[in-house]
Design a protein around this ligand. Structure first.
Ligand code: SAH
Length: 226
């Protein structure tokens, strides 16, 4: 479904135009977002946090204003990653979050005591949203525009909640960037084997798989690049 302010050319086969009343979609979407809890972490939309008096978020709370970026914690893939992340002991570890969107997973890594967290995204809107959320949560996360290549050398753990195609395309780079653990999601269950094969070919060890509905996440050990 896509919205246009006027009819433009022909619609694709099977498509049709509908006239919708002028509504504030963003406000309606925001009003519908509830806080969520995933394991030890609670994700609270910033406007609800502000309504509740604001102040510094607690050590287990992530306050988020996604803006135009992806990552409120309401998508199964984000939740799968938040769960997989909590199965690693991040104390003293470095983390790279590829495709950070709102910054949710990078901020979660910092809350889980990772010592160095870098977050990258190719989309400037996501970079802006992630930087705002990093500030609001008062965590040490460095946000950079770009992809795996803009990180400085390998990190202990790499997160990448992208799409099946992107994960497969970037498999070598993602595995090369991860010293110990790689967590990927955005994988459609129908293409799970394909993604698993690509990661194995790129050098990962056995992967744990978790699914929610039609989505899967893989958490794999990586061979140390020295
Ligand atoms: N990490 C968040 C957001 C995931 S959405 C969460 O788990 O909820 C995927 C994000 O990846 C988008 O913000 C998109 O801009 C970004 N992205 C897509 N392809 C990318 C690539 N090749 N390198 C880096 N970021 C990418």
């Amino acid at each position: 479904m896509a919205w246009f302010d006027q009819r433009t050319g022909r619609v694709p086969p099977g498509g049709r135009w509908e006239v919708e009343p002028d509504r504030d979609w963003l406000a309606e979407w925001r009003a519908g977002l509830e806080p969520i809890t995933v394991g030890r972490l609670r994700v609270v939309p910033s406007w609800l946090h502000d309504d509740a008096g604001g102040g510094s978020p607690t050590a287990s709370t992530i306050v988020l204003d996604p803006g135009m970026a992806f990552g409120t914690g309401h998508h199964p893939t984000t939740r799968l990653c938040l769960r997989a992340l909590q199965r690693s002991d991040l104390r003293g570890r470095s983390v790279l979050d590829v495709g950070t969107g709102s910054g949710i997973l990078a901020i979660a890594a910092a809350r889980l005591h990772a010592t160095r967290v870098v977050a990258v995204d190719t989309d400037p809107d996501a970079v802006a949203a992630a930087r705002g959320n990093v500030r609001a949560n008062d965590v040490a996360v460095e946000v950079r525009r770009g992809s795996v290549g803009v990180a400085d050398g390998p990190s202990d753990l790499v997160l990448a909640n992208l799409t099946t195609g992107t994960v497969i395309d970037l498999a070598d780079q993602l595995v090369g960037a991860a010293r110990r653990t790689l967590i990927v999601s955005g994988i459609g269950v129908a293409r799970l084997d394909e993604a698993r094969d690509a990661l194995r070919a790129a050098g990962t060890g056995p992967a744990e798989v978790e699914t929610e509905g039609e989505w899967a996440a893989l958490r794999a050990t990586t061979v140390a690049p020295g």
